[in-house]
Design a protein around this ligand. Sequence first.
Ligand SMILES: [Zn+2]
Ligand SMILES: [Zn+2]
Length: 309
Amino acid sequence: MAPPRATVYPRGEPPGERESRSPGGRLEAGGRPVSRRGDFFVRFWGVRGSVPCPGPGTVRYGGNTSCLEIRCGGRLLIMDAGTGLRGLSGSLGPGPLDADLFMTHTHLDHVCGWPYLEALTDPGTALAAWSGHLEPPHTLEGVLRRFLKDPVTPATEETVRARIAWKDFAAGDVLVPREGVTVRTAMLRHPNGACGYRVEHGGKAICYITDTEHVAGEPDRNVLGLIEGADIVIYDATYTDEEFPRFVSWGHSTWQEGVRLCDAAGVKTFVAFHHEPGRDDDRMDALAAEIEAARPGSVVAREGMALAP
Ligand SMILES: [Zn+2]
Ligand SMILES: [Zn+2]
């Protein structure tokens, strides 16, 4: 029996605004009636790992690095600040922002969008910036201030006028960033550390597990514990099992391991994410077909797509 699908919005229309149900449970763009599912969803603004890869070969899946928008009852949670954050910023329009930004870690592909969140220039913006992978003496503020300054970027303390609450925590902590939103966390296996997230709202759960390496034949207990029974699991699928032996210790996983973990943990929808930048759209289509055959109802993340549990 095929596992239940998440509701897929291929072009990322805000759930509840412009979608109609088509056969097979997928929602396609361009119709009504209004859905009630818009209360909790994830939208992909950057799906690549390692380095941006724009160009004619990546138009359909996208070339920006990691950035997700998660909406919980109207609350905005941003996951990672890769180059996808620039597109998310543009979609928000002018004016101050009240949001939480959760960092899996501070490798360049996950932080290089920071200076392009326009709301950071607005003194009315209140941003809570969360990070659980760093160990003392490192803090998220300290790491970013080393990066967000002259001469690496023109962003300065004069231009970044938002109120930022720095929320360093220890991976494993349970966070309640907003009333009605619980965020569980776990340490992942990655050089310099990384933190996995499970966002719970209204009895549903979306997990974001990226930049993590598995050990062949040994399911990661931290990951299994975090994704148990989740509705949607977005997972580091940088490599295939065939490629993996050449990249041991690089800190990434495979779509096959993601499928194995999701099967073991009773997850509804597996989402392949953090795509290897060298894979063009045709190669991604071929991978998507293999993943669909292995676990029907799975999703390969594309820029602009939204998913609702
Ligand atoms: Zn990465
Ligand atoms: Zn990384």
